[in-house]
Every structure is written in structure tokens, then in C-alpha cells.
Design a protein around this ligand. Structure first.
Ligand SMILES: [Zn+2]
Length: 423
């Protein structure tokens, strides 16, 4: 543990500290954030005192990404939740999002420091230690852990494989899609990643790393342990990280961010109880530049609260999918990533690539739901296999599907994030 005095603190004590930070953050929002002053006043909460502490946070309105974007102007590209003086900003990140125009995320030096601290804890949970080398396709706080960071740009597979071969890093950080893609690319070049120096693969950037079958496939192909990490662009690049127990991600950014769970349909708050599932909502506790209150992450997670043998405390989460990708088939919530997880159980007959093809626009669908399942490289079309997959999906996810087996290589591979849903 990078900071045992923080990471192993009983969660109830963490919440006492967080309550103080939260009250101070609310005061700051009322003082500096035009966006939240207006939003909270409209919700009949006229002051920080009226909002109260963390135990009353569920009474406050949720924040949607679209609301923030709507307030960005040419004069203030950050949006009206920007609280600092521009001269205090030391870094500006941008996220592409799905709608095209980027969101800009300003950070003060204090924000950056907190961001690095939380990020370092969440990556260190995976077991990587000072003195090792880590190759990655993006920037993160690896130096804080004492790792030697080898950044390699996105989409440069040749260079990444060469870095693994020549620099012999112990760890790699990738999206799960890219980790799967690299296995195929390496094999085409006659390189077996199982023989490489990589002992740990840290996956982040999209759901999938926590899916048992998908993880097992990656671990087998890389000959390495696979752990998952998760960030949310508007809140922090890496907030959660899985430990070597591989049973859900710990909140590395504890003390800086407060997690909540809601029902994505009604917005109603849910308890962070063991086994609970819903959309993750996050609140900044000590943020200066553009703090967010009850921000809807659109990530659908499952909660674990059983004690973790690693000693880290607090609720853990496993990301099941994006709320935006969720379909409702005759009243049953279905995530394309969950379909992939069930299908991956049919390896080695299938490649693990799937595409869910809803027939109607919108969330609500009539069964059967069309699913294309890609066969493994040497497998041939087998009606019995399609039937077995259909039955397993029905048993596990309680949804009727129409499974179409498609040849190896016909579904799109991604060097970044997989598209599991076709609209
Ligand atoms: Zn743990």
C-alpha cells in the first residue's frame, strides 16, 4: 500500500473526514461556482448550511455532463462551474466524449497533486512496485509509485511491441480491447506475449477487465495477471484500482472523491451495500478549479463490501457497463458487456468479440435481441453452438436473443475501445 494510514483507515472514519471536506466544498461552491449557486438555489437549497452534510447529499440534485457542456462559451470554454482564476490553472485536460466537441478539464496545482495521489494509489493496488518498468499508451502518475514509465503513443502497435521486447517492462497499462488486440497482432508477428517480460497487465478506459471469462482469456494469452482500474474524465483519470485479490476496485482517490450509487432510471439513491448495483455518482470533496457535485458517471457498477484480504477498506466496485449502452428487453436490463461475458465462456469456439444489434431505436427493445458472435479462428459455423449460446444467455441474463455466428475477423477490432452496440 502506498499510504496504509489512508487506505486501511476504517471506512466510517473516512466518512467523518469526508463530511468535513464536503461541507467546506459546498461553501466553496456557493461562493465561487455560478453553476452550482444557480442549480442549488433552484432546488430550494439556499446555502451550504441548508445543504447539510454527507448524510443529506441524496437530497441534492444530480449533475449531468450535458448541463455542464451547455454552459461552455467562447469566453469560458470550461463552463460556468469553473471556480478559479485562470492564472491558477496549471494543466488542462480534454475528453473527447461521444458528441464530438471536447470537454476541457482545468486543474490547479492542488487539484493536480490530489489527482496524482489518488491515481498513484489506484495503480499501485495492482501490485506494481518501485523499480519496475511499466509501458503504457497514456500518461498517468506512475513516477509517484517509483516505477519507470515508458509512454508509447496510442495506436502504435509496432512501437509498443518493440518496447516490450527490448526494454523488458514488468507491467503494461492498456484498454482491455487493446490488450486483446495486441495478442493477435503479436502472434501475427510471430511474437508470443506469454514469453514476454510482462507480469502484470493493468486494464482501464472501458468495462471488460473485470469480466471473468474475458480476464481469463487475457491472462492466458499474456501469461500475466490482469487487474482493472477506472477513472472518470470529468472527475479524475484514475480513481479506482483493483488489488491482487481481483475482486473489485478500491477507491484510490478516497478523501478526494465521495462515491454514491443511484438507480439510473429514477435517479433515486441506493445504499452502497454488498451486491448492490446501479449507476456510480461521484462528488469532489477538495477540488478547486471545476468541482462537481453528484456527477452522473454513466458507469453501471456492482458493489462489494466484504473485507478485502489486502487490508484496504471501503466499498469496492466492478464496472458492469455504461448506463448509455443499457437496453431494456421486456423489463430486463441488459448490458452488451454482460452479453460478451456470457459469450466469452464459449471459448475456444468463439473469439470473444460480439456485437449487439438492437432493432428499435431507444432503450426499450422487444425480444429476441439480435447478437452477432464471432467464431474463433479455426471454428466453423455450428447451429448447435448458436443454440447453446442462446440458451446460456437466456439462463444467465434472462433475455431472449437471436444469435448469429459470424466468421473470424468480421467484427471490428479496436486499438482503443470496443464497440459492442450497433445503432
Ligand atoms: Zn484488496
Amino acid at each position: 500500500m502506498l499510504a496504509p494510514e489512508v487506505e486501511a483507515l476504517p471506512w466510517a472514519e473516512q466518512l467523518v473526514i469526508d463530511d468535513q471536506s464536503y461541507r467546506a466544498q459546498l461553501g466553496y461552491l456557493f461562493e465561487r461556482s455560478a453553476f452550482y449557486r444557480e442549480k442549488l438555489t433552484a432546488a430550494a437549497i439556499a446555502s451550504a448550511d441548508a445543504a447539510g452534510g454527507l448524510d443529506g447529499i441524496a437530497r441534492l440534485p444530480l449533475t449531468e455532463k450535458s448541463e455542464l457542456k451547455a454552459t461552455a462559451t467562447a469566453e469560458n470554454p470550461f463552463g460556468s462551474h469553473f471556480c478559479s482564476d485562470p492564472s491558477e490553472i496549471v494543466r488542462i485536460y480534454s475528453t473527447s466524449g461521444t458528441t464530438g466537441t471536447p470537454s476541457y478539464l482545468p486543474l490547479t496545482s492542488s487539484d493536480l497533486e490530489n489527482w496524482i495521489t489518488g491515481s498513484a494509489r489506484s495503480y499501485a493496488a495492482s501490485g506494481v512496485v518501485a523499480g519496475q518498468r511499466i509501458v503504457s499508451t497514456y500518461n498517468a502518475a506512475f513516477e509517484r509509485i517509483g516505477l519507470c514509465h515508458v509512454p508509447v503513443g496510442t495506436g502504435n502497435t509496432e512501437r509498443l511491441l518493440l518496447a516490450i521486447e527490448l526494454l523488458r517492462p514488468e507491467a503494461a497499462v492498456l484498454t482491455p480491447s487493446y490488450a486483446a488486440y495486441l495478442v493477435e497482432s503479436a502472434l501475427e508477428k510471430g511474437m508470443d506475449l506469454r514469453e514476454s517480460s510482462i507480469e502484470s497487465v493493468l486494464v482501464a478506459g472501458e468495462p471488460g477487465g473485470g469480466e471473468a471469462a474475458f480476464r481469463a482469456k487475457l491472462e492466458e494469452a499474456w501469461g500475466a495477471r490482469v487487474t482493472e482500474a477506472m477513472g472518470i474524465g470529468d472527475i479524475g483519470p484514475s480513481l479506482w484500482g483493483e488489488c491482487e485479490e481481483q475482486d473489485g476496485m478500491h477507491l484510490g482517490a478516497r478523501g478526494f472523491v465521495h462515491p454514491e450509487l443511484i438507480d439510473p432510471g429514477t435517479g433515486e439513491a441506493l445504499e452502497l451495500d454488498d451486491g448492490a448495483a446501479g449507476e456510480l455518482v461521484l462528488t469532489h470533496l477538495r477540488h478547486q478549479a471545476a468541482p462537481l457535485l453528484r456527477f452522473r458517471t454513466r458507469d453501471h457498477v456492482e458493489v462489494r463490501t466484504s473485507p478485502c484480504p489486502c487490508g484496504r477498506t471501503g466499498p469496492r466496485v466492478r464496472c458492469v457497463g455504461r448506463t448509455d449502452d443499457m437496453l431494456i428487453v421486456r423489463g430486463v436490463n441488459v448490458f452488451p458487456s454482460a452479453v460478451r461475458e456470457v459469450v466469452s465462456g464459449f471459448a475456444p469456439d468463439v473469439s470473444g468479440n460480439v456485437l449487439v444489434r438492437p432493432s428499435a431505436p431507444g432503450v426499450k427493445q422487444e425480444p429476441p435481441l439480435a447478437v452477432s458472435v464471432e467464431l474463433a479462428q479455426d471454428a466453423s459455423d455450428d447451429p448447435l453452438l448458436a443454440q447453446a449460446i442462446r440458451e446460456r444467455i437466456r439462463a444467465v441474463l434472462v433475455v431472449q436473443t437471436q444469435v448469429e455466428l459470424v466468421p473470424w475477423g468480421s467484427l471490428q477490432r479496436s486499438e482503443y475501445k470496443s464497440k459492442l452496440l450497433e445503432r
